[in-house]
Design a binder for this molecule. Structure first.
Ligand SMILES: C[S@@+](CC[C@H](N)C(=O)[O-])C[C@H]1O[C@@H](n2cnc3c(N)ncnc32)[C@H](O)[C@@H]1O
Length: 204
């Protein structure tokens, strides 16, 4: 496998090496929830949920949430946060490139899972996201902006792998997804000094 393995991610959580982790839900998710962007009681999937601050926030807002992650240490942390808050969410230990939900979902919240995957796997992952959603379902995406000078010479560095908007348009083409018009909000992540582009795509 090219790129980071399950063992790599498991070690990050065991050693507490998670610079991307805000220790709180992404402020853009809170803004979307407050704006009513998620219909009440939606079934929401959170791939690569990590310790799951967003799983907790979505569950607290009354959503039926499934967090998927292949690092057991991440899911253990997430389970602890849910228990502490007295909330429930389904947590699944699985590879997002293979897992399938029992029924298509209303929404997917994608934050730093795409940019955690080596780009060889992006087409497969984008197909998964399309398959997981109902027609009309929404992909709440935070596309990680992590450009590096070495890309000019063809090197691929990450994670996080840079989610360039041109690549995103190719992965989520207008034939399969409805795109809103730019500009999109840019959300800063202090821990990794990177920004995310916040876009809501609708599955056709
Ligand atoms: C950079 S972390 C982001 C965690 C969380 N989304 C956040 O923003 O705090 C990437 C997460 O994706 C998970 N992950 C990476 N590749 C995966 C795969 N193929 N299947 C399932 N989980 C994966 C890792 O275990 C890790 O928890």
């Amino acid at each position: 496998m090219n790129g980071p393995t399950q063992e790599f991610w498991q070690a990050r959580f065991i050693e507490g090496q998670m610079p991307w982790d805000r220790g709180a839900p992404n402020p853009q998710l809170i803004a979307w929830l407050e704006a009513g962007a998620f219909a009440a009681g939606s079934r929401v999937l959170v791939p690569g949920c990590g310790q799951g601050w967003e799983v907790v926030a979505l569950a607290a807002a009354g959503m039926h949430v499934t967090g998927i992650d292949f690092a057991p240490a991440a899911l253990a942390l997430c389970r602890g946060h849910l228990e502490a808050a007295g909330l429930h969410a389904e947590l699944v230990g699985a590879d997002v490139l293979h897992w399938q939900p029992e029924a298509p979902a209303d929404a997917v919240f994608e934050q730093t899972c795409l940019c955690a995957l080596y780009p060889d796997y992006w087409v497969r992952y984008a197909d998964q996201l399309h398959r997981w959603l109902k027609p009309g379902g929404r992909l709440f995406a935070l596309f990680m902006q992590a450009p590096r000078a070495s890309a000019a010479e063809g090197f691929i560095e990450g994670p996080p792998y840079h989610c360039d908007i041109h690549a995103m348009r190719a992965l989520f083409p207008a034939t399969r997804w409805e795109w809103p018009k730019p500009p999109y909000p840019r959300i800063f992540n202090r821990g990794i000094e990177r920004e995310e582009l916040a876009v809501i795509l609708t599955r056709k």
